[in-house]
Design a protein around this ligand. Structure first.
Ligand code: RFL
Ligand code: PHB
Length: 391
């Protein structure tokens, strides 16, 4: 089998890349390790930056997002017994779109399959070859057990943090930067109406908590827990009790409870692989970088990489101009590092680190007071949260 761009991974990066290439008349084949059901059920991100929602419209797949997604013009930060609103719209002129990543994935998978374009689900033993030459290859065993090979001009490494693309780059060529945090997030999805119209990020003496949502009937909630915590030690009653404690610092307001339909613990790390290109392999999204979820940046950064990569591949195929491909890493990295900084900063401002002493705690409360109380502070937070301008 032959194609122009072979894409490993059908997450937001791989699906968006394939769609943007399709609209430019460039062929691609997607190879995905999991089943369609699995990737459509995997609950992850919820917040799309303004321009990512617009890009989704531009590629023709924004209809359901516009109908079912929730536009938020602000968010709230709770600390020291009070709640303060950051008016994103007034401070930046922009809003954010709350629309589940798995809904985005469903929309893109459905469109691709309706257009009769290939996604090989449940591919086993996926490997990539000859990335330093002119004709790289993706090999895998298809879901019927048959060996397959796809010959490509380029490979999009869109297979997430645990994928095989980044490790296929020779170790001595990789420039990796990483920090791991001393806490994790316990996340639940509950069949309960959101208790507030907006997201609430809460800093509490017991640790961080977040109130988010997916729809008028579904609430998404998170609690800071130790990184090695066991989900079995968190029966639903304990989760609700802790959410009530951490989120309701300011009076009578309560979190609406309901049946928990999904729960899990996610460790948190920051990671950047500055080697986003090796030969004809281009990394995009979580395969190249990870942010802690506190800044809601992961899926948005993935979209930013893909926008640049799709543009560069289009220039190459339309006019033989390889400047965009050659400059891909250099164009991506400044935005990536700014999102890394913001996510790291939000994380350390909102969580309680075990090593922090009373002095550090006082500094944290002063920081929260400043960034929610001063217009300059709030604007800096808002500008990053809604997404920094391109270039
Ligand atoms: P993905 O989504 O991990 O997709 C990679 C795909 O590759 C497949 N794969 C392979 N396929 C073939 N062969 C192999 N060897 C393969 N290995 C893996 C996988 O099955 C998968 O389908 O990466 P992508 O596309 O780069 O997208 C990145 C986003 O998923 C990620 O950044 C966000 O989910 C991060 N994130 C958030 N981002 C936001 O922008 N806003 C948020 O509000 C937000 N909240 C979150 C988050 C991530 C979270 N978790 C669970 C990590 C909240 C959480 C709790
Ligand atoms: C979510 O709704 O899942 C969500 C929202 C904001 C974040 C992280 C996750 O910062």
């Amino acid at each position: 089998m032959k194609t122009q761009v072979g894409i490993v991974g059908a997450g937001p990066s791989g699906l968006l890349l394939a769609r943007m290439l399709q609209l430019q008349g460039i062929e691609s084949v997607i190879v995905e390790a999991r089943s369609r059901d699995y990737i459509e059920a995997r609950i992850r991100a919820g917040v799309m930056e303004h321009w990512v929602a617009e890009l989704t419209d531009e590629v023709g797949l924004g209809a359901r997002m516009r109908r079912e997604g929730l536009v938020h013009e602000g968010l709230e930060i709770s600390f020291a017994g009070q709640r303060r609103r950051i008016d994103l719209k007034a401070l930046t002129g922009k809003s954010i779109m709350v629309y589940g990543q798995q809904e985005f994935v469903k929309d893109f998978v459905a469109a691709r399959l309706e257009d009769g374009l290939p996604i090989h689900f449940e591919a086993a033993d996926v490997s990539i070859h000859d990335i330093e030459g002119d004709s790289p290859k993706i090999r895998f065993t298809d879901k019927d057990g048959a060996p397959r090979e796809i010959q490509c001009d380029f490979i999009g490494g869109c297979d997430g943090f645990h994928g095989i693309c980044r490790p296929s780059i020779p170790a001595d060529r990789l420039a990796n930067f990483e920090t791991v945090y001393p806490y994790a997030w316990l996340g639940i999805l509950a069949q309960a109406a959101p208790s507030s119209d907006e997201l609430i990020y809460s800093n509490h003496d017991n640790g961080f908590a977040l109130h988010s949502m997916r729809s008028p009937e579904l609430t998404r909630l998170y609690l800071q827990v130790p990184p090695d915590d066991d989900i079995n030690l968190w029966p639903d009653d304990r989760i609700w009790e802790e959410l009530q404690t951490r989120l309701t610092q300011d009076g009578d307001w309560r979190v609406t409870e309901g049946p928990v339909i999904q729960k899990g613990i996610t460790p948190m790390r920051s990671f950047v692989c500055e080697t986003m290109r090796h030969g004809r392999l281009f990394l995009a999204g979580d395969s190249a970088h990870i942010v802690p979820p506190t800044g809601a940046k992961g899926m948005n950064l993935a979209a930013a990489d893909v926008k640049l990569l799709a543009g560069a591949l289009t220039d190459f195929y339309k006019s033989g101009d390889s400047a965009g491909l050659d400059g891909y890493t250099a164009r991506c990295l400044p935005r990536i590092w700014k999102a890394e900084r913001f996510s790291w900063w939000m994380t350390q401002m909102l969580h309680l680190a075990p090593q922090n002493d009373d002095f550090a705690r006082r500094i944290q409360l002063a920081e929260l007071d400043y960034f929610t109380g001063s217009e300059a502070g709030a604007r800096a937070l808002a500008e990053n949260y809604v997404g920094l301008p391109f270039d």
